[in-house]
Design a protein around this ligand. Structure first.
Ligand code: 5HY
Length: 249
């Protein structure tokens, strides 16, 4: 089985980190390819970033589908372009926010999310509602560390650990979901330090896609997620008019 993990931002070092987490989780016989677009934002920290990350993400999904990927992971906590990617790909597409939140609901009654910037917390609440887990989600906290600073700021790890510990102490959450793909390498250590399961959405999404593919299941194509109808696009998006893998390369 081949799973494509798409980091929708253009940070190569973050794609490497995401790929390591995905490969560490993937089962025997599952190959993982981790990619990022050639075009788009270096990190996704606003609605603007998220909107402009989507064309590159979709081109990546199409190319991966063309190259034989059985399923896809969108490795950004806003689950950007999820519905469009499900229209484009035949294999299952899972976002790390949805997978992380759903995994947390198997591990207790309540969970909290710890993410990067305060301004992105609204999106997390919106997704919790969309995925039907708003009630289980007790809090969404931000550590006010920029996405790319997660790799460079020596205080980031202890700052995130302190916020996770505070979520447990003050909200009594049974589990925590890490609200950024750039935190993927922290889950195991934080689970020990904080004493509750800390979920890495990248790992949760990889195992979810693996399970769906093993069950022989793909996105339903009869209605809403049927391939997008070809039509003329103009300007820099001209090639997106023919939403086929070859055209979107
Ligand atoms: C992410 N941004 O997972 C989100 C996290 C966030 O570039 N990768 C990003 O802060 O919304």
């Amino acid at each position: 089985m081949l799973i494509q993990v798409v980091n929708p931002n253009t940070s190569a070092s973050m794609t490497d980190l995401i790929g390591r987490s995905a490969r560490a989780t993937a089962g025997p016989g599952t190959a993982v390819v981790a990619v990022h677009p050639e075009m788009g934002p270096a990190s996704i920290e606003s609605h603007y970033d998220e909107a402009l990350a989507v064309p590159g993400l979709l081109a990546g999904i199409a190319a991966g589908a063309h190259d034989g990927a059985d399923g896809h992971v969108i490795a950004c906590f806003g689950d950007p372009g999820l519905d469009a990617a499900r229209e484009l790909a035949t294999g299952p597409v899972v976002g790390i926010a949805e997978a992380g939140m759903r995994a947390a609901t198997y591990l207790g009654r309540t969970f909290g999310v710890v993410t990067t910037l305060q301004r992105t917390t609204g999106r997390a609440w919106e997704l919790a509602a969309r995925y039907g887990v708003r009630e289980q989600c007790r809090t969404v906290r931000a550590v006010e560390i920029a996405v790319l600073a997660l790799e460079t700021d020596p205080a980031a790890r202890s700052r995130i650990a302190a916020e996770c510990a505070d979520v447990v102490a003050t909200e009594g959450c049974d589990a925590i979901v890490l609200g950024c793909a750039g935190m993927a390498d922290l889950a195991a250590e934080l689970t020990v330090r904080v004493g509750v399961p800390v979920v890495d959405g990248v790992a949760a999404a990889v195992t979810t896609v693996e399970g769906l593919v093993r069950m022989g299941l793909r996105t339903g194509k009869r209605g809403e997620f049927a391939p997008p109808p070809p039509k003329s696009y103009t300007g820099v998006l001209e090639r997106f008019g023919m939403p086929t893998a070859a055209a979107l390369r």
